[in-house]
Design a protein around this ligand. Structure first.
Ligand code: PRT
Length: 112
């Protein structure tokens, strides 16, 4: 699975300065960070709405949620790519957190 993300990462990087007429990703980069963030926000909202529908929905509603989540992950990867980061940094952060209870971690934060 990580291979798939690696391949997508390579394809995204190859579009960084590509032709917007033939590449959706190149078009996003050309339109800039604000446009990319707008898409991330839009896909996040669509994912939330699809999850609501999927809770008591049929297979097609669950499939729609999978599609929206894929859109959200994809646009998040474009965002990272635009900023010179990649999914490995996120996987490393998740690996760092592995086994650390979210409740314990929150309790150990310095109080403001
Ligand atoms: N995984 C994806 C992927 N997922 C979703 N999308 C596109 O993301 C867009 C999201 O849908 P929307 O309806 O919100 O988009 P839209 O209406 O065109 O956008 P706006 O005009 O509203 O900004 C669609 O155009 C989808 O086709 C993707 N486009 C590309 N990829 C990957 O990126 C690679 C490079 O793509 P290109 O840059 O197009 O060659 C591809 O080979 C794929 O591997």
């Amino acid at each position: 699975m990580s291979t798939l993300l690696d391949e997508l990462e390579t394809r995204l990087a190859s579009r960084r300065h590509g032709d917007a007429d033939t590449s959706y990703v190149a078009g996003l980069h050309q339109r800039g960070l604000n446009k990319i963030l707008e898409k991330v926000g839009e896909e996040a909202v669509e994912t939330i709405l699809a999850a609501r529908d999927a809770e008591n929905g049929d297979d097609s509603a669950r499939q729609a949620l999978i599609g929206e989540t894929a859109d959200l992950w994809f646009h998040s990867m474009v965002m990272l790519s635009h900023l010179g980061l990649d999914h490995h940094t996120v996987l490393e952060e998740l690996a760092r957190r592995q086994g650390i209870s979210g409740l314990e971690e929150k309790a150990s934060r310095p109080t403001e």
